[in-house]
Every structure is written in C-alpha cells, then in structure tokens.
Design a protein around this ligand. Structure first.
Ligand code: ATP
Ligand code: MG
Length: 404
C-alpha cells in the first residue's frame, strides 16, 4: 500500500490513529476534571504500565480534555537524576503569573507569588541560570524552611488558593514519574494531600512504570488511598483488532481474519507492537484485504526494526553481568519469576544477585510485581534476549565474568 498514506504511528508518544481500549479511563478522567473544577473532591490518578503500552499518549489525551475545560496546565516529563523542584519551578512560576494576569489585583494571588519567591530562595536555586526571576518580595516564613516536604505543600496550597480565587483549575501532568526520588515523591504526595483536604482545584494526572505503586507506598503509606492507580496494559482481543482495522478501514483497506489473528499472536496486543506490525503490514501488502502472507513478511520486518531500535537501545545500556541476569530470566520464562530462581539459574546466591537486580530496577529494565518476584518492564523482552544471546549457559556466563 502507498507508504505515504500509512496511518499507523509506531513511536514514543506518537498519537495512534485509533486510541483503542482506553475509553473507561478517559471517561473517569473527564469526570475527575469536571469535579475538581467544580470544587469537589477527586483523587488524582497515576496510570501505571510497562514500556510502550500508551501511557504518554494517554496523558496527551487527558491534556486535551483539560484544555477543553480551560484548565491551567503544567506538562512535565521527569528524568533520571533531575530533582523535582527543578522540574516543577518553571511551570509553577508560569502558572502563577498566568493567574496573576487573569483579572484584577488579587491579594491571594500576590501572596502565592510571594510564597513561590520564598520557596525559590530557600532551595537556593541559581535563579539567574534558570531565569526564574520574580519581581516580588518573598513571603518570609512561608515555604522557605528548606525542607521540601514542608515547603512544597505550602506552595501547592498557595497555588490552589490562587487558582480558586480566579475561578481557575490547575492540572499537573507528570510523565515517567518513577524517576522522581522517593523523598521528593513523598513531598509531592503531601502537597496534593493538603490541596485535597482544602478541596482546592489542583489535580495530578501522572504516568509511570509499575514499580511506581511501591515507590509511592514506601514514600507515604497513605498514598494508596490518596491516588488511584489505573493499570494500563495490552489491549484485549476486540480492542487490539479495532486498533489495527479501524485506521485501515478509513482508507478503504481491510484485513483477513487470519491476518489479524497472526498480528495479535505476535504482538500479544501490546499497543506499540500493534502500531509497528500495522505499519510494516501496510507497506508490504499490495492488495486489500491484507492477508496472512503479508503478515508473515511484516513479522520479519517488524522484529528486525524492533531489535535494532526499541530493544537495542535498552540492551546497549546493560553491563555484561546485567545481560546475564536478564538472559537467565529469559531462560526461565516470560511471566514474573521468583528472584531466587533467577539467582539459581545464574549459579549465584540471592545475596550476590541483589545489587545486580537493584541496578536493573533503577535502570527501569525490571520491576517487582510482588515481593520476591521479578519481571521485565519491556513487553516481549525475554524473546529478544533469547534472540540476541542464542547460545548462553550460566557456566559460560560466570566463566566470562572471570576474564579480566
Ligand atoms: N490505545 C492505543 N491503541 C493503539 N495504539 C496505541 C494505544 N496507546 C498507545 N498506542 C501506540 O503505542 C505506542 C507507544 O505509546 P506511548 O509512547 O504512549 O507508550 P508509553 O507507555 O508512554 O511508553 P514508554 O513507557 O516507553 O514511555 C505509540 O506508537 C502509540 O501510537
Ligand atoms: Mg511514555
């Protein structure tokens, strides 16, 4: 088919032609946005899921829903080793200035600006570098203790009151939230707890890898009650078929049932892979309906592409010992595995494997779905490890490690 008209959108954060299977979540988000705007209580929510399941595109949709409701927005992507205040400050500053300009002079808004200024001073940011200059006196004694878990809640409350004063509502969207350090997460949780207690119009919608639920719980035990953690994952059979068939149908192209069956078997319904298979199948097929033979060719092409990009970038960040750990996991199967079994497979003790496993969790390669269990954060990664290290044995692995 004409590659220029290819409707599929494989890629990080690329809006899919058909956002399948997320209707319930988006409905819940709409209700939450309406409720918070009306000054009612609503839990912030944090979508958790593996790599490539569509967390970022979901946040983008929520952003559109919020824009349609006139929300004031901050869209933030957390990164490894970036402190939370540095990520938040430019956005909070902009939001406060926007609120300030929204109407007549308001003492509540001015106070929020002063609190922001003292917060800034307290964490001793290099303001010049950040161009976070604010022509206002600080509110001494507010949000300037230098303790994030005391100061951030004060700042959020001041912001929430300012928004309320203007009849506005604020939505914080944070992607890759798992990269925020646990003590900073704790401060963020407390800040949202405070604004919720006062029914202030501030809502957080975030996304991250599944380990986030545990991180939040460790930071603040009440996090589980304060937030909803909808899990987003592979699409069910009907949604996965729709994600593939609907975009083609709008161009007058169809698939045979066998073709769709085969894509579903190959991708297991994971959204990123569906886009990749659809994209390859479209370019390979000459005629409608797209048939099973087209998919067999598409599979070769899609796996080649994934192996050289999506999987490869992750593999390249691993040390040889980390590769052995993941290869041992791949040897044992694709579902969650007992950490003890992985250590056994490697011929090392659980104690020795501990730091290795910890490092892989920090790199976002694996996570612990339940105590003592370990699973890949990247769908179909086990199969990739078996392809890229076809001959592997634990003995060879430990021999390799003895080499200088
Ligand atoms: N509901 C969906 N239906 C069909 N395709 C989808 C859906 N959600 C996401 N996709 C597609 O999946 C791919 C990955 O989406 P996205 O980047 O949002 O995933 P992610 O969960 O943020 O991944 P990562 O954890 O790597 O950041 C994109 O190509 C997108 O078009
Ligand atoms: Mg993403």
């Amino acid at each position: 088919m004409d590659p220029i008209r290819n409707p599929y959108a494989p890629g990080a954060g690329s809006q899919p032609p058909e956002l399948a299977g997320r209707e319930a979540l988006l409905d819940a988000a709409s209700v939450a946005l309406d409720r918070v705007k009306a000054g009612r209580h609503e839990r912030s929510f944090i979508a958790v899921g593996l790599r490539g399941v569509g967390k970022t595109v979901l946040l983008n949709r929520v952003r559109e829903l919020a824009e349609a409701r006139n929300y004031r927005l901050a869209l933030i992507e957390a990164r490894e080793d970036q402190p939370l205040p540095l990520l938040l400050l430019p956005h909070l500053r902009r939001l406060l200035l926007e609120l300030d300009r929204l109407g007549q002079l308001s003492e509540v808004v001015k106070r929020a600006l002063r609190v922001f200024k003292s917060f800034l001073t307290a964490i001793r940011l290099r303001q010049g570098d950040l161009e976070l200059v604010l022509d206002i006196d600080p509110e001494r004694g507010s949000a300037d203790s230098g303790q994030l878990d005391a100061d951030l809640p004060e700042l959020f409350v001041a912001l929430g009151r300012a928004a309320k004063d203007r009849g506005a509502a604020v939505l914080l969207l944070i992607d890759e939230l798992q990269y925020i350090a646990e003590d900073e997460l704790g401060a963020l949780i407390m800040a949202l707890h405070r604004t919720a207690q006062e029914s202030l119009p501030v809502l957080l919608v975030a996304a991250g890898l599944p380990q986030l639920v545990g991180q939040m719980g460790r930071s603040k035990s009440y996090a589980e009650r304060l937030f909803a953690f909808p899990e987003i994952g592979a699409l069910n059979d009907a949604d996965a078929r729709r994600a593939l068939a609907a975009p083609a149908a709008s161009a007058g192209i169809s698939y045979t049932d066998e073709a769709l069956d085969e894509i579903l078997a190959q991708t297991q319904g994971y959204p990123f892979f569906l886009q990749e298979w659809g994209y390859c199948a479209w370019n390979i097929a000459r005629l409608s309906p797209i048939c099973r033979q087209d998919i067999d060719k598409a599979t070769i092409e899609a796996i080649r592409k994934l192996d050289s990009s999506f999987f490869r970038v992750r593999f390249d960040r691993l040390t040889p010992r980390e590769r052995d750990y993941l290869r041992a996991m791949a040897d044992l199967g694709d579902g969650p595995l007992r950490s003890g079994d992985i250590a056994d497979r490697l011929g090392i003790s659980v104690m020795t494997a501990g730091p290795l496993r910890g490092g892989l969790i920090r790199k976002g390669m694996i996570y612990s779905p339940a105590h003592g269990d370990t699973a890949f954060t990247v769908p179909l990664f086990g199969a990739f490890m078996r392809r890229s290290m076809p001959v592997w044995s634990p003995r060879a692995a430990s021999k390799d490690r003895r080499k200088p």
